[in-house]
Design a protein around this ligand. Structure first.
Ligand code: VTB
Ligand code: MG
Ligand code: MG
Length: 324
């Protein structure tokens, strides 16, 4: 994709901004499906305007189950660089439905063939920011990872903050981290935001631990490549059936995937826009007839991190749609 990246980056930002603006009115309405549909529709509509030959490799699922942004769908104007597109139009649908923090719209674009096309399995994950990168080991005991991360961050284990998805599958992990004395932030959803938060100053988040979505792992990997953090993931199966399906698709259970296995290039762009207020980004705010968005736009090649605040004049704007 070389330096065409510089030209298309802002267009990708428009894509996540539009998805966030479309999802935002659904905050607190208790309808996660409607929030998700709005984000998907806005994202898909806006992608039509980006000058790339894009193929969705991580999206809303299989073609027969998703009307838009399904795996294999071609997006973009059809000229320009060939790219893999990985998206979560609304990462944290339930967060929006309940008005809870850290819902994001996320898009990753990378050189064609570089994004691991992992289906919607689960992955066990450990993620940290730049200072602790190179020091973690997903196969080591939790105790060891906490000890090492605390040491490189110049803290005591008791001063670490670990984010864990609040799920029954994490009962033992939570107990273990508590026994080791670290602080925990239990989240109902949104481990992409949590993974990224480990790599940004001022979020108060040191580590992400636990099992979340595999597609979310790939999106987090792209962000951490840009930020110099590290993520290690292993596929995790809820059922033996899932395990055989993964093996049939060529995935090796037990294999450790790092950010460089999930995204095999540094030609990658990451864009995210906040939907609800969160650790990294503020959510969509309305002021009169304008809406304000906060986004993160970055690429791994130069590692430039842009925090972009945008004022949208809603009456001068059609929040693009695919449906009409
Ligand atoms: C995970 C997590 C996501 O949904 O996929 C979670 O990675 C779903 O987990 O960040 P369960 O199946 O246990 O509910 C999110 O929290 C939001 O998409
Ligand atoms: Mg989604
Ligand atoms: Mg998600």
């Amino acid at each position: 994709m070389q330096d065409r990246e510089r030209e298309v980056m802002l267009d990708f930002l428009r894509v996540t901004e539009t998805a966030a603006l479309r999802a935002a009115p659904w905050m607190g309405k208790g309808d996660k499906q409607a929030a998700d549909d709005a984000a998907v529709d806005g994202m898909r509509g806006m992608l039509d305007l980006v000058r790339v030959r894009g193929t969705v490799v991580i999206g809303e699922g299989e073609k027969d189950k998703a009307p838009m942004l399904y795996v294999g769908e071609e997006v973009g104007t059809g000229d320009g660089p060939e790219v893999d597109i990985a998206v979560d139009p609304l990462e944290g649908t339930r967060l929006v439905a309940n008005g809870l923090p850290n819902a994001l719209s996320v898009l990753v674009a990378a050189e064609r063939g570089s994004v691991l096309p992992v289906p919607s399995f689960y992955m066990q994950k450990i993620a940290v920011g730049p200072r602790a990168a190179g020091h973690i080991d997903i196969n080591a005991p939790v105790r060891e990872n906490l000890r090492v991360v605390a040491a490189v961050l110049g803290k005591r284990v008791a001063e670490l903050t670990v984010v864990i998805l609040d799920r029954p599958r994490h009962a033992r992990l939570i107990q273990e981290v508590r026994e080791l004395g670290a602080r925990i932030k239990l989240i109902s959803d949104g481990d992409v935001a949590a993974g990224i938060a480990t790599a940004l100053e001022d979020t108060g988040v040191d580590l992400l631990l636990g099992i979340g979505g595999a597609p979310e792992g790939v999106l987090t990997a792209a962000a951490l490549k840009c930020l110099g953090g590290e993520i290690q993931c292993k596929l995790w199966f809820a059922t033996p059936e899932e395990e055989s399906r993964a093996e049939a698709a060529g995935f090796q259970p037990g294999r450790v995937y790092t950010q460089d296995d999930l995204i095999r290039t540094d030609r990658v762009i990451f864009a995210a826009t906040g939907v609800t207020d969160g650790d990294l980004l503020k959510g969509v705010r309305y002021e009169g007839r304008t809406a304000r968005t906060h986004s993160l736009l970055m690429r791994a090649h130069t590692k430039t991190v842009r925090l972009i605040e945008t004022i949208h004049h809603l009456e001068h704007k059609t929040l693009r749609s695919r449906r009409r």
